[in-house]
Write a protein that binds this ligand. Structure first.
Ligand code: K7E
Ligand code: CUA
Ligand code: CA
Length: 593
C-alpha cells in the first residue's frame, strides 16, 4: 500500500469513527472496571491534602479549574475571561477586575492551555498563563493568590492557541496565532494573510516581537535551553477551507531560532505593524524559521524532559514524529532531523512523558492512551509499544505529572476526555467532560478513577503541593488605599460626587449607614481588616447590581451612580460568623439630588 493510500484510509477511518460516535451516544453500553482496592489509591482522608495541584483549562467556560490529585476534588476555580460573582470577579462595572477584562475584549473567552512559570527548568510556583482562543488574548494569574492579574489582546494575531513558557527561565511567553489573517488587520486580501508567533514579556504581556510564520501555528512548546520555540503547523497549504487544509500529504513542525530572531531585531530587520516589531523570516540575514516536514495536519507539539526531542503528534497520521532538536540547524535536508516516526494508533493528538524514557500519546479515535518507549522507537525495535489503556471516551490532551519540566515525577497521568457519554448520571443531552486518572508509576498503566468537569477542559498542568502551597499567601497585605480600623467615613468630594470609606470585620461594617443624593457618583472603598486566613467578607447592595468579595486584608473599590432613591440595604455575602446575617447597613439615597 502506498503511503498516500494508507494516509487516506486513515483519514477515512478517523472521520468514520467520528460519525459512529454520535450514534453510539444514544445506545450506551456501560463500561465499568473492576473496583478492587483502586479506591484506596485515590482516597485522601478528611483533613489531609492532595499531593498535587492540577490546573485544568476551562475551555469555553473561560477560566481555570484547580483540582487536587489524586483525589480529583475540585478545590477552586479561577475566573479569567468570565465574570464570577462568588469571587467578586468582573461581575460589577466600576470595579478593577471588570474594567480590566472589559478593556481587553468580551466578558467571556475560550481557554485551552494553562502554562506555569519556570526557573532552572522546573516550576517555581509563581505564575500561570492561559490563552483565550476566541478573542486573541492571554492572561497572567498570580499563584500567591490564585487571581488574574493581567489580560491583554495580542496585536496582529487571530486565535491565540498554543502558548508556552520559554524554558528554562521563562524568558518569554510565546503565543501562536492559529488562524491566518491579514496583517495589518482590516482588509480581506487573502494574499496578505499570515500566521504569527508572538514573543511576550511574561509580566506585562507586552509583545516584544512577532515572527510571521508560513502556513499556520497550532500547539507550542520550547526547547529546554532557551534557544528554540516550536509549533505544529497543519495548514502549510495556506488554505481557507477544510478541503484545502488537507490537500497536501505533508505539513510541518515549525522551529523558531530565538537567538537568530533576537539578532535580527538588533539589526533592525523588522517592520512595525500595529505598534509591534514584526520579523519577516524571508528577509533576515540569519535563518530564523525552520519547517521540518511531517505527515499531514499534525497536532500536539511536545518537547521531551531531557530537551533532546520535540514530538509532533500525527492526528490524521497514526504516527508521532520524533525530531532531534540538535540536528535542526545542522542538516541540509530537514527530513534528516527526524529520528523516528513510530506508529502509535489512530487519531494521536498529544504526547506526554514520565522522565524514564517513555512517551504517552492520546488516541482520539481509538479512545486510548498508549505508552511507548522513545529510544526503542528510534532504534526501530518492534517492541517499542509498552502498554495501552482504554479511556472513556475520545481523549484530547493528556498530561503526566510535571511532564513539562525537566524533572517529571512519572506518577500520574490525566486523560482529558472529550465525551463521557454513559459514565455519569444523565444531566441532559449534554454530559459533563470526564477526566481519568491513570497511575503510570509501574510498567503497566492502571486506570484509577474519573472525575467530571464543566465544559470543557482541554489541557492540564500539575504542581507538587510542596512546591506551591508554601507560596500561597494567608492574608493580603494592606494596600496603599486600605481603610484603617478607625477610617470609616463619608466624604463629599464634589457637588455630585461622594467617596465612602468603610471597613469590614466580623460581623460589622465600619458604617451602619451612609447618605448620598440621587444622581451622585459614589465610590466605595472597602477594606476587609481581618488578619486571619479565610475570613472573607462580601458587600452587596440590594437592587444596585453591586457585589464585591474581599479576602482578609483586601481592599476593593466600586464606582456607580446612585440613580435609585430610597433605602438600599447592603449586606455581607460570605458567611463569616453567627452574626453574618446581621452584618448589614443602609445606603440612604435622598430623592431629587
Ligand atoms: Cu488539542 Cu486547543 Cu490543546 Cu483542545 S487543543 S484537545
Ligand atoms: Cu461578613 Cu458575612
Ligand atoms: Ca494540511
Amino acid at each position: 500500500m502506498s503511503k498516500r493510500t494508507s494516509q487516506l484510509l486513515i483519514l477515512g477511518t478517523f472521520l468514520a469513527a467520528g460519525l459512529t460516535l454520535s450514534v453510539a451516544c444514544n445506545t450506551p453500553s456501560k463500561t465499568t472496571q473492576a473496583g478492587g482496592d483502586l479506591g484506596s489509591r485515590t482516597y485522601v482522608p478528611v483533613g489531609e491534602w492532595d499531593k498535587y495541584y492540577a490546573f485544568l483549562s476551562g475551555g469555553q467556560s473561560g477560566g481555570v479549574y484547580v483540582y487536587g490529585l489524586p483525589s480529583g476534588r475540585l478545590i477552586r476555580s479561577i475566573p479569567v475571561y468570565e465574570p464570577r460573582a462568588g469571587y467578586g470577579y468582573a461581575n460589577v462595572p466600576g470595579t478593577e477586575s471588570y474594567e480590566r477584562l472589559a478593556a481587553s475584549g468580551p466578558m467571556w473567552g475560550d481557554t485551552h492551555h494553562p502554562i506555569l512559570s519556570e526557573t532552572g527548568g522546573d516550576y517555581d510556583g509563581k505564575r500561570l498563563w492561559i490563552n483565550d482562543k476566541a478573542n486573541s488574548r492571554i492572561a497572567r494569574v498570580d499563584l500567591s493568590t490564585f487571581e488574574t492579574k493581567a489580560i491583554v489582546k495580542i496585536p496582529n494575531l487571530q486565535a491565540t492557541h498554543g502558548i508556552a513558557v520559554i524554558s528554562p527561565d521563562t524568558s518569554y511567553i510565546i503565543a501562536n496565532g492559529e488562524f491566518r489573517a491579514e496583517i495589518p488587520a482590516g482588509s480581506v486580501d487573502v494574499d496578505s494573510y499570515s500566521s504569527v508567533m508572538a514573543f511576550l514579556d511574561p509580566m506585562t504581556l507586552e509583545t516584544r516581537f512577532e515572527v510571521l510564520m508560513p502556513g499556520n501555528c497550532d500547539i507550542a512548546d520550547s526547547s529546554k535551553d532557551g534557544r528554540w520555540a516550536f509549533t505544529t503547523m497543519y495548514n502549510l497549504e495556506g488554505a481557507v477551507t477544510v478541503e484545502g487544509m488537507i490537500q497536501r500529504e505533508e505539513d510541518g513542525i515549525g522551529a523558531v531560532d530565538i537567538h537568530a530572531a533576537e539578532a535580527a531585531m538588533e539589526r533592525g530587520e523588522f517592520t512595525v505593524i500595529d505598534g509591534v516589531k514584526v520579523i519577516d523570516p524571508s528577509a533576515t540575514t540569519e535563518k530564523v524559521v525552520y519547517v521540518i516536514p511531517v505527515p499531514k495536519n499534525p497536532h500536539g507539539c511536545d518537547v521531551t524532559p531531557d530537551g533532546k526531542y520535540v514530538m509532533g503528534t500525527g492526528k490524521l497520521s497514526p504516527t508521532v514524529s520524533i525530531i532531534d532538536i540538535s540536528k535542526i540547524d545542522q542538516v541540509e535536508n530537514l527530513r534528516d532531523a527526524i529520528a523516528g516516526q513510530p506508529d502509535v494508533g489512530l487519531g494521536p493528538l498529544h504526547t506526554t512523558f514520565d522522565g524514564r524514557g517513555n512517551a504517552y500519546t492520546s488516541l482520539f479515535v481509538d479512545s486510548q492512551i498508549v505508552k511507548w518507549n522513545i529510544e526503542k522507537a528510534i532504534a526501530g525495535d518492534p517492541t517499542y509499544i509498552v502498554d495501552r489503556v482504554d479511556i472513556h471516551y475520545n481523549v484530547g490532551h493528556t498530561q503526566a505529572t510535571l511532564a513539562e519540566t525537566m524533572h517529571p515525577t512519572g506518577e500520574y497521568l490525566l486523560s482529558l476526555n472529550k465525551l463521557s457519554k454513559d459514565q455519569y448520571l444523565p444531566v441532559g443531552p449534554t454530559m459533563p467532560e470526564a477526566q481519568e486518572l491513570i497511575d503510570i508509576s509501574g510498567h503497566k498503566m492502571t486506570l484509577l478513577s474519573s472525575f467530571p468537569a464543566e465544559p470543557e477542559p482541554h489541557d492540564a498542568v500539575f504542581m507538587l503541593a510542596t512546591d506551591l502551597a508554601p507560596n500561597v499567601i494567608q492574608t493580603e497585605e494592606f494596600a496603599i488605599n486600605a481603610v484603617p480600623e478607625d477610617g470609616s467615613r463619608v466624604e463629599r468630594v464634589g457637588p455630585n460626587e461622594v467617596h465612602v470609606y468603610m471597613t469590614a470585620i466580623r460581623s460589622k461594617y465600619g458604617l451602619n449607614e451612609f447618605t448620598v443624593k440621587q444622581g451622585d457618583k459614589v465610590t466605595i472603598t472597602l477594606t476587609n481588616i481581618e488578619t486571619i486566613r479565610d475570613m472573607s467578607h462580601g458587600f452587596a447592595i440590594e437592587d444596585y447590581g453591586i457585589n464585591m468579595a474581599l479576602d482578609p486584608g483586601q481592599t476593593r473599590e466600586v464606582t456607580f451612580i446612585a440613580d435609585k432613591p430610597g433605602t438600599h440595604w447592603y449586606y455581607c455575602t460570605w458567611f463569616c460568623s453567627a452574626l453574618h446575617l446581621e452584618m448589614r447597613g443602609r445606603m440612604l439615597v435622598e430623592a431629587g439630588g
